[in-house]
Ligand binder design. Sequence first.
Ligand SMILES: Cc1cc2nc3c(=O)[nH]c(=O)nc-3n(C[C@H](O)[C@H](O)[C@H](O)COP(=O)(O)OP(=O)(O)OC[C@H]3O[C@@H](n4cnc5c(N)ncnc54)[C@H](O)[C@@H]3O)c2cc1C
Length: 401
Amino acid sequence: MHVEHHVSVPDPAAGPDVYRRHARAWLQSNLPDFMRTDHPDWREATLAESSAWEAAMYQAGLAGMTWPKSYGGHGLSLREHLAVNKEIGALPMPESVSSIGKELAGPIIMAVGTEEQRQAFLPEILAMRQFWCQGFSEPDAGSDLARLRTKAALDGDQWRINGQKIWTSGAAKAHYCLLLTRTGTVADKHRGLLMFAIPMDTPGIRVVPIKSIDGKTSFAEVFFDDVIVPDSARLGAPDEGWNAAIRVLSIERATNRMYRPWRFECELRQLLAACKSDPQLSGSLDDSYVHRRVGDLLCEIDGLKGLVELTVDRMSRGETMGARGSLTKLYWSECHQAFTGLALSLLSQVGPHSSALAQRAHQAFTTAYLFARAETIYAGTTEVQLDVIAQRIMNLPKELA
Ligand SMILES: Cc1cc2nc3c(=O)[nH]c(=O)nc-3n(C[C@H](O)[C@H](O)[C@H](O)COP(=O)(O)OP(=O)(O)OC[C@H]3O[C@@H](n4cnc5c(N)ncnc54)[C@H](O)[C@@H]3O)c2cc1C
């Protein structure tokens, strides 16, 4: 794999349009064919290849845009971040192998971490030398996170941690876990929650991979058995854990992977090109039902783009997204799940004699379809987002009498 390093990054004063053109030119000339999910030569990149690619993107100014220069970032605004994301979305690129570090752990370390923690973690995350996982969910605490039981007890000047997490994405490759624990009892609910940055090689941590429907083992159960960490592993003050967790969830819902609508549009074009390339499939594009569904989808994608632009506008004015992140999460996950269902039904005729593009699309959309089942679950299920919208945006009562 050959990618350009040490590229000159445009002057921020030039504005987001110049930055966007820089991102487009760099990505188009450097993205290797085997990483293009629409290319017949596509193959799954190894972790080392993905890391090298993302490290090169960072050096080209395409990651860490909004992080301060003192922590390895480019010191730019959310507008440049969005400009780059539009170009990342427009190409059929693999997902980041470090989005938990770059998009969740990084911002929360910046918000509640000590200066020492920021210096130690942030540049390493951007340089792709450090992976993170998010240890929030437990077997009895998912949608209702306040029921989590993993216990952190002060033992002299150290913390002793016992408990279990589940569905921890990327746990096997992670160097650190953004771990949510409680210091009191479950009855304390939101009080007494405490967040940590725990090195995954600490004695007492056991990672047991879980195989998902797509055959991958990217998430795991993580067991903590008398895990001892120093007080310097604490992220934020005791009792600040719930607020920090809510901030993580709001980032996850509102701004994480901002490129999604542009990527969905790219996938829609990929689907239509694959159908057109194959004599057996191209006939299905004459169907008026398919025309209506494609029209609906493009409207939904445009609506989603508008929601992302609105989010960036509001955040650029200093507003926090809070509960409104649920609108974006609900919209993109439902839209993508329906889209991948349509894609798979259009590609259902693909066989060994179909065109190479059609075969590649069938493989890519089968994976996307299976993963889309999870999209309405992780970062809060559809039912939870609907409740948040009803109760916290529209102020409806919590429970009907
Ligand atoms: C691909 C994937 C990756 C994940 N990665 C991570 C990770 O890295 N770290 C991490 O901590 N977690 C992760 N999760 C876990 C995820 O956050 C939880 O699965 C999610 O919060 C739902 O919790 P649960 O699975 O316990 O389901 P439950 O909360 O038990 O929900 C079960 C069902 O009940 C419904 N329900 C629950 N409460 C209500 C309510 N109040 N009103 C109406 N309906 C309700 C839900 O909508 C759902 O349909 C991941 C999940 C997936 C699928």
